[in-house]
Write a new protein. Structure first.
Length: 266
């Protein structure tokens, strides 16, 4: 298993988006050095280039860097959660046989026309489906019947109907360790990409996120579900993103839960 650290902050809507760089660095320090590559993500914000996506020029440069670095069975460490879109775009073997498990407190299902912020992280899952800004969206997108959403509970009005069109496992569904496996099995996919925005966890489990949402998953229930899933479905790759600690001390407090997630996917 390889680790690709992508400390991208430009897709985030947070006023403290650059804390994502600190979060990626904190996680990178606990990864095996020989198996880890850290991308040199642009520091500058970038321009929208006449689109409805803020900082698009920087996002495109990071996308191209990630394409050059991607390999099979890679765990991508963000940064904001839109790094998954670029990773899937460059996945060896393509995505025709891949299901996507999207674990997130938020929907990430906007398009530029509906987004209140213009931040690409809020459009990331919609881009995986092949919709939104053409320079960033997958083409072809992954069909809705191969996407399993997990733990979404903080949705904008424009996202509610989009979530309803997906298989969605609410937080309580993961009380059963095999619920995620059953949902992925029903897609008929041969491989799975597991995306984890760490705000899917309850704030009592992990505090270093930009937009905490109560009543989330425990690290124990999510890691148990992932281990059961991986026992049957091969992993195409994974993402762990959204870690934004406010201080080095806060990062240390959260690393236990984060490393459990890393261990589950890796």
């Amino acid at each position: 298993m390889r680790f690709l650290v992508v400390p991208q902050w430009q897709g985030s809507p947070s006023a403290r988006a650059m804390l994502l760089v600190d979060g990626a660095s904190a996680l990178a320090g606990d990864l095996p050095r020989a198996a880890t590559t850290v991308l040199d993500v642009p520091v500058e914000a970038g321009e929208s280039l006449g689109t409805g996506v803020r900082r698009l020029s920087a996002l495109l440069r990071t996308r191209d860097q990630l394409a050059d670095a991607m390999a099979a069975e890679t765990v991508v460490i963000g940064g904001d959660c839109s790094v998954t879109v670029a990773a899937l775009r460059s996945l060896p073997g393509g995505t025709d046989d891949v299901a996507v498990v999207w674990c997130d407190a938020h929907g990430d299902l906007h398009v530029p026309e509906s987004s209140p912020s213009g931040a690409f992280a809020g459009m990331a899952l919609r881009a995986v489906l092949g919709e939104g800004e053409p320079q960033l969206a997958l083409s072809p997108g992954i069909s809705r019947d191969r996407v399993v959403a997990v733990g979404m509970r903080d949705l904008d009005d424009a996202e509610v109907s989009q979530v309803a069109a997906l298989t969605h496992l609410p937080v309580e569904a993961l009380d059963r360790d095999d619920a995620l496996l059953e949902a992925v099995r029903a897609t008929g996919a041969q491989r799975v990409w597991i995306h984890i925005d760490v705000d899917v966890l309850d704030p009592a489990e992990l505090g270093g996120v930009s937009f905490p949402s109560p009543f989330g998953l425990t690290a124990a229930s999510l890691t148990a579900a992932i281990r059961v899933l991986r026992s049957e479905v091969p992993l195409a790759g994974a993402t762990i993103a959204g870690f934004a600690p406010r201080s080095p001390a806060d990062a240390v407090d959260d690393l236990g839960a984060l490393l459990r997630l890393v261990g589950a996917v890796a």
